[in-house]
Design a protein around this ligand. Structure first.
Ligand SMILES: CC(C)(COP(=O)(O)OP(=O)(O)OC[C@H]1O[C@@H](n2cnc3c(N)ncnc32)[C@H](O)[C@@H]1OP(=O)(O)O)[C@@H](O)C(=O)NCCC(=O)NCCS
Length: 166
């Protein structure tokens, strides 16, 4: 298979969302990496975004201020240590999966994408960017069976989404 790219922001084919080339009706594709792990997600029906995050990587002090919106921070109040870093990683995964599904990547600030609290069912609660947000989107937390990483995917659809491990 040959991979190509398409940037939603500037139209370039040198960076941006990956696409499968040379197929008549290629499935939508999303990729994510963290350390030794790689995650790929395919969807035939709609645009998809996937993200994997190492839990320990969210332990920096300014995380909440830089990446979370005012509405998201109260859900983390009272958490510390591994509970806090895991909750942060869940939120970041949902945001990045959404931004990969839309193709914006970080050209939209994660702080402008408000997702549900870590213990709540995953969803996009509010889109605050002036760039156009998705008309419909479903978010799914993925079960990786890893204590060190979490992952999420997002699909531009209003139909129920079921993730099938490959
Ligand atoms: C997409 C992005 C959020 C991923 O960041 P990350 O957490 O460091 O990396 P991940 O491992 O989770 O994902 C990397 C993959 O994201 C994919 N990707 C890159 N840009 C993407 C986009 N705009 N939309 C969807 N997926 C994208 C690529 O497949 C990349 O892997 P590859 O280079 O091997 O193909 C970040 O790289 C980004 O925002 N890039 C683009 C910014 C942009 O579009 N700026 C405007 C330029 S005009």
């Amino acid at each position: 298979m040959r991979f190509a790219r398409r940037c939603r922001t500037c139209g370039s084919d040198r960076h941006g969302k990956p696409v499968l080339a040379d197929l008549p009706r290629p499935p939508h594709l999303s990729l994510s990496y963290d350390g030794q792990w790689a995650l790929a997600a395919l969807c035939e029906e709609a645009e998809i975004g996937v993200d994997i995050e190492g839990i320990a990587a969210t332990s920096w002090d300014a995380f909440d201020r830089v990446l979370l919106a005012d509405l998201e921070r109260p859900a983390l109040a009272g958490l510390d240590g591994a509970q806090l870093t895991r909750a942060r990683a869940i939120l970041l995964c949902r945001k990045e999966a959404i931004l990969k599904a839309t193709g914006h990547g970080f050209s939209v600030e994660p702080v402008e994408v408000i997702v549900s609290a870590p213990e709540d069912s995953p969803e996009l609660r509010e889109w605050r960017s002036p760039r156009r947000g998705p008309a419909a989107i479903r978010v799914v937390d993925l079960t990786l069976g890893l204590s060190t990483h979490v992952a999420a995917l997002a699909v531009l659809t209003d139909a129920p989404v079921r993730a099938e491990p490959g």
